[in-house]
Write a protein that binds this ligand. Structure first.
Ligand code: ZN
Length: 323
């Protein structure tokens, strides 16, 4: 008891997108009018800085907490909260796009971070598909396919179902296609190079900008495209490690009535997002009710997270650097 910090519950920021729908209401969010594509559930990015919903820091933004109460993230490096967690409702296809890595973004995007992202599929059509990877082996090949409008020869389509997971490294051509809901964990970056947008017009009749030159600069032509998003990692006491890279580790945590989960939290911070069901989380500092659509940050030193109820969460944290 005593000094143990409580959990930080965040208010999500909702964004209108031309490819969005209305299904984020299923997560309990109050939607603005029009198509809504993105819920930024855990974000300190200037394009959507989440406000703390309750507790001693209520009303502060996550970016303010990072700079003014860094003890909550003790040991975390960098000048900004490094991760961004979104829930996406793709009613229509997203543009075919690619993101830069840190080095390219720092040089060409005013010091922005690059964008390594990953997707946990929440829901998909029965014949759902997604684009991850491309087939051109060189910049010249790619330019030719684009010039000849041969998108189907370029894109690597993968069948998807709920529960699949994809690691989208910088330089990987990708697109979430209509009828898909996804939880995305990514570096806190908003740099997207659009390769193709289906000649789709915005509400004002204009086309969204494409960024072919930058895209061709950053595409990894040697990468192997995946054929499936099936999760093969083992589940141990309700916890499955979905991926680990230098920027983030991502876990799926499944809690059942007869199988509560104790999730250790030894990291500078841990993000938690409830994607299904409801329950509660208890720490030495208190108890919080949880339901689908809730997003929270477990700060440094909060101790074990004791999860109960019937629910599934996606959690992420920045791995400790070795050596
Ligand atoms: Zn992306």
């Amino acid at each position: 008891m005593g000094d143990c910090p409580g959990l930080i519950v965040l208010q999500p920021v909702l964004h209108n997108n031309i490819w969005g729908g209305r299904r984020l209401a299923e997560f309990g969010y109050e939607l603005p009018d029009g198509p809504v594509g993105e819920c930024w559930g855990i974000s300190a990015h200037p394009h959507g800085d989440c406000v703390v919903a309750a507790g001693p820091y209520a009303g502060m933004t996550l970016s303010q907490l990072w700079s003014e109460h860094h003890e909550l993230f003790a040991g975390a490096e960098g000048d900004r909260f490094p991760l961004l967690v979104k829930v996406l409702d793709a009613c229509d296809d997203l543009s075919i796009q690619v993101h830069p890595d840190d080095a390219y973004a720092a040089e060409h995007e005013g010091g922005s971070l690059g964008k390594h992202e990953c997707w946990y599929v929440l829901d998909a059509h029965s014949h759902g598909q997604i684009i991850v990877g491309q087939r051109a082996k060189s910049r010249e090949d790619f330019a030719l396919l684009v010039e000849e409008n041969r998108w189907h020869d370029m894109e690597n389509l993968v069948p998807i179902k709920a529960g699949d997971f994809f690691d989208i490294k910088p330089g990987t051509v990708h697109a979430i296609l209509g009828g898909t809901m996804i939880l995305e964990t990514q570096q806190s970056s908003d740099v997207t190079y659009r390769v193709y947008d289906y000649e789709r017009r915005q509400a004002d009749g204009s086309l969204r900008e494409l960024h072919l030159q930058q895209a061709m600069d950053v595409i990894d032509y040697a990468a192997t495209a995946p054929v499936t998003g099936e999760v093969t990692a083992p589940e141990v006491d309700g916890i499955t490690q979905l991926m680990s890279c230098e920027y983030f580790d991502v876990l799926r945590v499944r809690v059942h009535r007869d199988a509560p989960v104790v999730l250790p939290q030894p990291h500078p911070f841990m993000n938690l997002s409830v994607i299904e069901g409801s329950g509660a989380v208890e720490t030495e500092a208190g108890r919080w009710q949880l339901a689908k659509g809730n997003h929270l940050v477990a700060p440094c030193g909060c101790g074990d997270l004791r999860l109960s109820g019937e629910m599934t969460l996606i959690c992420s944290y920045v791995p400790t650097k070795e050596g």
